[in-house]
Every structure is written in C-alpha cells, then in structure tokens.
Ligand binder design. Sequence first.
Ligand code: MEV
Length: 319
Amino acid sequence: MTRFQATAPGKIILFGEHAVVYNRPAIAVPVLNVRARAELEPTTDRDGLQIVAPDLDRNYRLAEAEPDDALALIIRSTLAYLDQSKPPSAILTVSSTIPLGRGLGSGAAISTSIARVLGHFYGRDLAPAELSSLVYEVEKLYHGTPSGIDNTVVAFEQPVYFVRQQPIERMPVARPFTLVVGDTGRVSPTHKAVGYVREQWQADPAGYEQYFDEAGRIAAAARELIEQGRSIAKLGQLMDENQSVLEKMGVSSPELEQLIQVARQAGALGAKLSGAGWGGNMIALVEPQPEAIRAVTQALTQSGATGVIVTEVDGIHHP
Ligand code: MEV
C-alpha cells in the first residue's frame, strides 16, 4: 500500500526575537539540514490512527490522546480543515533530527510535517500559508502569545522578513552566508521567557519599547545588507548589537554568553542568542571557508556546546 511522507525544516531567528512579539520586524531563516518527518502508512487490519513517535518513546492511538497532546491537536485541526469527520486508518510515524526544545522550531516543524502528510493522503497539497495558519493555532496553545514567525518560516521554507499580522515577505539573499549554531544543552522555555519579557515591559514600558525599537532598527538594517549582498562584516556587527539588546531585555544567560564569546574569539564575525533565550542555541556568522568554520565549531565544542550545526543561508526555494 502507498506510504505517504512529508518533511519540514528547522528554523533560526537571525534578528529581532522577542521584539517581534511587539510588532517590530524580525528575520528568520530555515535550517534545511535538520528536519522533522511524518510518514503515514494506511492499514487494513485496524481502525483509527496510531501515532508512533520513537524519539519521544511514544506509541498511542489518536482516540486515546490527552486533550492537550500537541500531535493530536495538529492532527485533529488538519482533519477538520480537510473536512474529514474521522481519522484515516493508518500508522503515523513522526521523527525529527531537529534538537527538541532548543529554539530551532522542532515543534512547528513536527506539526507542519504532520499537516502536510495528511494533506498528501487526502490528495490536497496544502499551501505554505494554509500550513502556517494550522500550525499557528497549535503554537498558540503552547507559547501563549507567539508572533507567528516560527510557523511562517518553517512552512514557507525560505528566509522571511516578518512583521506580525502583515503579509509575509520572503527575503532574497544576494550572497549566501554561513552560520554555526551552538547548543547550550539547556531547554529554552519559550513561554516563560516571553512571559518574563511581558512582565518587564509592563513594569517599564518606556525602557522596553526602546529595546524593541532598537531590535527592529537592527532587523531592518540587516535586511538591506542581506538583500543587497553587502558587507558580511557589518552583518556580524548587527548580530553583536542585537545580542546586547537581548542581554538588556534579560533573556540571555551565562551559558549563551560563554559560547558567544568563544565564537567571537575563534574568528566569528558576530554572534548572538537565537530564539527565546535563557538556553537553547546561539548562532555565529562565519566566513564561508572550511578553516574558519572548523575553528568556530571546535571552539564551541571545547566550551561545552552539546551540539553544533553548520548551515548555509541562501534564498533558493527548497520545496
Ligand atoms: C521564538 O522562536 C521567538 C520569540 O520571538 C517568540 C515569538 O516570536 O513568538 C521569542
């Protein structure tokens, strides 16, 4: 019997995390070499949908899922969107090479791959905008007030210049550039960090509005550099500036700052945390030569990074 498959990439926020929740622009790019995968294998010997997630050590029936189960939520909302009153009789296997809970969009990618594979099964190739809004609904349940940037970049699989509640702008990348992504090994609790920033903003609106403006200005300047393929060194400087603003917002951490520091010392042109902060990943911009990449990768690993991913950012569409 036909087996259906779909994948979705990881993501990183290049500029503007947190400020994007307050309607400032941000830039996110897909990480194409780590992916979530959903496989749907129709069965004839049983009724209903069996969910198998080996990475999470889980194997259960959709009908028995907890009400707040993230996989069940995206399955049910996609089925409703596709006008299906009952699930297919099938085994849905979900796996991912995206580190979980590290700000690399693992949740959004898993949800996207599930919605996409259900679309394939029912003969409907869901468009990126449809996938993005289905996944956004699930993100809301988990992250409280997400800006929508994660689901957008994961579903569109292209660099995006994102402003909340505005039509998505795909970003051309005039000259590809290389990022080294270093994992602190700590979970990045997105909803807690986002909640903390909200409390601080409520306590000091003028101060935080200034931080958000500054992050937005940096994202807009970075967009110009990326679209025009201009100075990679200047792009690195903007990453350093964005990191300073994130430190002032209170979402950095000693582990992140240690990795950022060693990456800069090993020759990175700029480095910052990426995503919600307090853990998760940092990113470093490096010259595209193998020696430069190796130097930063080694420095991060020696300083305790639990995982390092090298990714090239280009503007080419990878469906
Ligand atoms: C999380 O990847 C990015 C944040 O800006 C939250 C959001 O945009 O929803 C921290």
